[in-house]
Design a protein around this ligand. Structure first.
Ligand code: G
Ligand code: G
Ligand code: MN
Ligand code: NA
Length: 254
């Protein structure tokens, strides 16, 4: 309860900020987009990572107002980047299962896009396989509605959850994000490497493009390029950055 009250207070006091991590086209090294990642900055100057408060935010449904704030803040910021000459950038935003299945999701997204002027076609929503646990049909119909709105859908942390090939076939997905553990071990473990290769092959066979997450070394990058991975995200290029630092990065390059 103490932490829940802290979380309510933090929402009211606007203690959350977004960081942005660049996504890089593997073939060219260009920045083609960014993933918005929330952080909690306490008045005491501590930064708390979402791993520590998102589960509680879900449990208490505070994730709904928080998620609305995330989408609106990220779209406003990305619109500024579009208007300052980087109109090709796409913005990726995480949706928790509760947000994804919420009845107000469609109207919330439509209103946020309208209010911020950010184009639906530049927005990508990251969901996890968990969205289909209770009701796969509802999840699929929700994804179809989102696609009709013009936004893109990525499956996040692929390979770690209830990864079902049946879902991959039935979900209208644009993008598959290979989860960090596979990427981090692929240079040292031939099994992980084989799985990454298989995931890329499956994604491409289903007309999805692939992002590798958690890329930290030159060796991982070289392997991923060789295997035909489309996009790269990870500390090798950049950690998640404040909006100001991301602006600086756009102007000065990686
Ligand atoms: O940024 P970091 O690695 O600490 O993120 C940890 C987890 O929190 C990741 O699984 C990420 O998807 C999730 N996360 C980060 N930002 C958001 C957000 O704005 N909304 C939701 N639902 N999850 C987020
Ligand atoms: O689950 P999701 O993909 O949304 O979360 C991404 C998380 O991974 C972010 O919290 C981000 O801080 C973290 N992250 C991004 N790049 C790297 C990396 O290269 N190494 C590690 N260890 N974590 C990373
Ligand atoms: Mn993500
Ligand atoms: Na992920």
């Amino acid at each position: 309860i103490a932490l829940e009250n802290e979380l309510r207070r933090a929402i009211a006091k606007e203690e959350f900020i977004l960081h942005y991590q660049p996504q890089i086209q593997a073939a060219t090294g260009d920045i083609i987009g960014m993933e918005a990642l929330i952080r909690w900055q306490t008045p005491a100057g501590k930064t708390i990572s979402p791993g520590e408060f998102i589960p509680l935010a879900e449990e208490t449904r505070l994730i709904l107002p928080m998620g609305e704030w995330v989408l609106s803040t990220a779209c406003k910021q990305a619109k500024l980047w579009h208007d300052s000459g980087y109109s090709q950038l796409k913005l990726a935003v995480n949706l928790s299962p509760l947000q994804f299945l919420d009845d107000e999701l469609m109207s919330m997204i439509r209103q946020t896009l309208e209010k911020t002027g950010f184009p639906a076609s530049s927005l990508e929503l990251e969901i996890t396989e968990g969205v289909a646990v209770d009701d796969a049909e509802k999840a699929i119909s929700r994804m179809q509605k989102l696609r009709r709105l013009g936004v893109r859908i990525a499956i996040d942390d692929f390979g770690t959850g209830y990864s079902s090939l049946n879902y991959l076939k039935r979900f209208p997905l644009n993008h598959l994000k290979i989860a960090q553990p596979f990427v981090q071990d692929m240079a040292s473990n031939p099994y992980d490497r084989a799985l990454v290769e298989a995931m890329i092959f499956i994604a491409h066979s289903l007309d999805m493009s692939v992002v590798a997450e958690g890329v930290e070394t030159e060796e991982q990058l070289a392997l991923l390029k060789k295997l035909g991975c489309d996009e790269i995200q990870g500390y090798y290029y950049s950690r998640p950055l404040t909006a100001d630092k991301f602006t600086h990065l756009l102007a000065n390059g990686l």
